[in-house]
Design a protein around this ligand. Structure first.
Ligand code: AMP
Length: 400
């Protein structure tokens, strides 16, 4: 009976499958586009990248790169027509070009999903309207309202730009009158949203994949440690109770269904001291906190993304081995005392048998710039975390 159901499901999926040999397109040529391309190619797809900047990380592996601005409609049309489906690797793609692409080929996740997720205010309003737990917020309608809105939310709070914010960029914490006055000046003429500052117990993320047939699969919850607002460590499985993990998974699936996801969606969460889960942000694409799955999972998030947008059956997202992923920022090249640049000692990571190094091929290391990552797997999360911390220190020591 089960076999019969499975084959029926395959027949249903086959109706809209995009099969290996076809060409997939990615808007954006950063590291997420690069790792997506690598996963797609190993499944037998060709990959075209559309990216305004020349010499991007994904272009080194893509079958073809279109280098043009998103508003260059002719080039964009050429790109769209060359692909059986197009996806995107970051949220800051203007939405009008997406409509053009949608008129020519399949764009997944749909433009409506991106429209909600690329603007903090729209995203928070959508979460609120849909009844999902979120960080309390207030909209700043006119700049003069900023101080009043901050008082409404209560101090401490965080002021964030409504558009184009990521990794803590475009946000300021407000704790008192002086920092409020500074925020009023800094956000002059900028559309903003104000959030209550959450004194969270930890940060978590859940990545969910969903295909056109409505089949969903959730990756194990990641526990994320940020430094200066940038992801530093992702620990999988997260050190939370089974009940919290189940709740987070159910939340991610419910959000994916409600938003009509076809593709991959990362749900960033705060876990409060009272055990409450609050959604911080949604990202409809592979996510930094899912990189562990390349080495510690049964199916990587990039392969799952390919499967989801191509209408293939989804892979097993479970953990093969407890994993800790560490981001390698440009900081690792720079000696804090002298400001001089030296390549980190890759041998520190490469010589450890259960560590895997991934570098994105970016030429210029800058403070805060994501240059690569490494993942340590071990028999326990504690063991993986301890080794990951030691290896990170060794990399840093090599450049000082
Ligand atoms: P975001 O760009 O909104 O994901 O923020 C980056 C990081 O800043 C988050 O991962 C948190 O560590 C921190 N952060 C953002 N918003 C808040 C908040 N309302 N309360 C406390 N910390 C926050």
């Amino acid at each position: 009976m089960e076999g019969l159901l499975a084959s029926k499901r395959l027949v249903q999926l086959a109706v809209s499958m995009i099969l290996p040999g076809s060409t997939l397109g990615v808007l954006g040529g950063g590291q997420l586009g690069r790792m997506f391309a690598q996963a797609a190619q190993s499944l037998g797809y060709r990959v075209h990248i559309f990216e305004p900047a020349a010499d991007c990380p994904a272009s080194a592996v893509a079958n073809r790169t279109f280098t043009a601005e998103y508003q260059q409609v002719e080039e964009l049309s050429l790109f769209a027509k060359s692909c059986a489906a197009v996806t995107y690797e970051f949220e800051n793609v203007p939405v009008e070009p997406l409509w053009k692409i949608e008129s020519l080929t399949r764009l997944l996740p749909h433009s409506g999903v991106l429209e909600i997720c690329q603007n903090r205010l729209r995203e928070k309003t959508w979460l609120k309207k849909s009844g999902f737990p979120h960080v309390p917020f207030a909209e700043v309608e006119a700049h003069e309202d900023l101080a009043a809105a901050a008082r409404r939310v209560g101090l401490p709070c965080v002021v964030k730009t409504a558009d184009f914010g990521y990794d803590g960029k475009g946000q300021k914490k407000v704790t008192d009158d002086a920092s409020l006055a500074a925020a009023v000046t800094a956000f002059q003429g900028v559309r903003a949203v104000i959030e209550r500052f959450i004194d969270f117990k930890c940060e978590l993320s859940v990545i969910v994949a969903r295909n056109e047939a409505g089949e969903s699969r959730v990756f194990p919850i990641a526990e994320n440690i940020h430094t200066k607002h940038i992801l530093d460590f992702s620990i999988v499985p997260a050190r939370v109770s089974a009940a919290v993990a189940r709740e987070a998974e159910a939340l991610a699936v419910a959000i994916a269904e409600r938003i009509g996801l076809v593709g991959l969606l990362a749900v960033e969460l705060f876990l409060t001291d009272r055990g409450e889960l609050l959604v911080n942000e949604l990202a409809p694409r592979p996510h930094n906190s899912g990189h562990w799955s390349l080495d510690g999972g049964r199916t990587s998030q990039f392969e799952q993304h390919v499967r989801a947008i191509c209408g293939l059956p989804l892979g097993d997202p479970s953990v093969r081995e407890p994993s800790v992923m560490v981001n390698i920022l440009g900081d690792a090249w720079i000696n804090p005392a002298t400001g001089q640049e030296t390549a980190p000692d890759w041998g520190a990571v490469l010589s450890y048998p259960r560590a895997k190094l991934h570098l994105y091929g970016k030429k210029e290391p800058r403070v805060g710039r994501k240059m690569g990552h490494f993942t340590v797997t071990a028999d326990s999360v504690e063991g993986a975390l301890e080794t990951a911390r030691v290896l990170k220190e060794k990399l840093r020591r090599a450049s000082s």
